[in-house]
Design a protein around this ligand. Structure first.
Ligand SMILES: *Cc1c(COP(=O)(O)O)cnc(C)c1O
Length: 393
């Protein structure tokens, strides 16, 4: 069945038409290597510097503080490994959270094998980091705090400004994975005391395989990739000019449209969430009720498997996800849902629907009509549900 309704924007987004149009000339017409000194190379260089300005402007940074990478995972790796390596004589302790993306968690596990100590902070039932836990975890050896801006599974937005203030009072760098937040919630690296920030193109209407990292001027960090002198020797490799142009355009559009996008998505999201919770018994919202990404709906349904729900939704042409896109296919429950205290069986019965402005109110109606039927059908096959509904009568 072809997908008719796409509600998995946290996994990836289609490239926006305006973005593709901005990119196209840089494949065939202006194909120069930005390192050259001739005309066509200068066109590439000019386009790249414009994109750097577009990305910087969206987060209140300087263009010189933006470095292009191949995506969110690379930016996350670079932040953690680069700061760890550069500051290893200062300290060996890193603080992060239990709900980070695997690009952070697996990098931390790697660093633990190489002499670093990592504290993985718990979160509360809504998925928020508690500042008192963070403060208690800080020690003289702490060199870096990495807390995601907003969670990709449950949508919870973390108190980054407060975390940044605390980090700076203690003289510790703050990195934030803002891959999901970028373009959906306002970000200001100055106001929020952010030192390093990761973004990814394909989560906001640019292509896959392009991203960026903001590194505050003066932050000590070593490169991840060595080679040519590109990106002030911080990230070798001939620049992906079409991708960079696309990222700049997507970020610029998202920043300009942010208030409107946010209002539209929040309205659709809340109708979806409340409609589902009202229509389906034994369902529960995961993540913070209000401090959440405008397009994120994550709900657990007791007595059913998320994967079965996904298959029945797919049969209706609906693309959705249960927990993390990266873990579907494996039967491990999502580490994020476990961290907010869900037991395994409830974590298994969770559904994530992530909206963007290409979704419509008609699509929300369709989900609100079909999902209760799907859940009821699956529960009919559950002996546990039969038991519970008998008792309720
Ligand atoms: C998608 C995602 C990443 C990884 O980005 P890629 O560009 O796919 O490497 C990292 N962190 C979060 C929160 C994400 O949602």
């Amino acid at each position: 069945m072809a997908t008719k309704i796409y509600m998995d924007h946290a996994a990836t987004t289609p490239v926006r038409k305006e973005v593709l149009e901005a990119m196209l000339p840089y494949f065939t017409e202006y194909y120069g290597n930005a390192s050259g000194i001739y005309g066509i190379a200068k066109e590439s260089k000019k386009a790249m510097e414009k994109a750097r300005e577009q990305v910087a402007a969206a987060i209140n940074a300087q263009p010189s503080e933006i470095y292009f990478t191949a995506g969110g995972s690379e930016s996350d790796n670079m932040a953690l490994r680069g700061v760890a390596e550069a500051l290893k004589d200062k300290g060996n302790h890193i603080i992060t959270t239990k709900i980070e993306h695997h690009a952070i968690l697996h990098t931390c596990e790697y660093l633990e094998k190489h002499g670093f100590r990592v504290t993985y902070l718990d979160v509360d039932a809504d998925g928020k980091v508690r500042l008192e836990d963070l403060e208690a975890a800080i020690c003289p050896e702490t060199i870096l705090i990495s807390v995601m801006f907003a969670n990709n599974e449950i949508g919870t937005i973390e108190p980054i400004a407060e975390i940044g203030k605390l980090a700076h009072e203690k003289g510790i760098y703050l990195h934030t994975d803002a891959v999901q937040a970028m373009g959906h919630v306002p970000i200001d690296v100055e106001e929020m005391h952010i030192d390093l920030l990761s973004i990814s193109g394909h989560k906001l209407g640019a292509p896959k395989g392009i991203g960026a990292i903001y590194i505050r001027k003066g932050v000590r960090i070593t490169p991840l990739i060595f080679g040519g002198a590109q990106e002030k020797k911080m990230r070798a490799g001939t620049e992906n000019i079409p991708g960079i142009v696309g990222l700049g355009k997507a970020v610029e559009l998202a920043a300009a449209e942010l208030p409107e996008t946010r209002a539209t998505l929040e309205k659709m999201r809340d109708r979806l969430i409340h409609g589902i919770l009202e229509a389906i018994p034994y369902s529960k919202l995961n993540g913070h009720p209000t401090d959440r990404l405008p397009g994120n709906c994550n709900i657990s349904f007791e007595f059913i498997e998320g994967e079965s729900m996904l298959l029945l939704l797919d049969a209706l042409g609906v693309a959705a996800s249960s927990g993390s896109a990266c873990t579907s296919g494996s039967l491990d429950p999502s580490h994020v849902l476990l961290a907010i205290g869900l037991p395994h069986e409830k974590a298994h019965g969770s559904l994530r629907l992530t909206l963007d402005t290409d979704n419509t109110e008609e699509e929300i109606d369709f989900i609100l009509e079909k999902l209760p039927q799907i859940v009821a059908r699956l529960r009919e096959m559950s002996p546990l549900y039969e038991e519970v509904s008998k008792q309720a009568k």
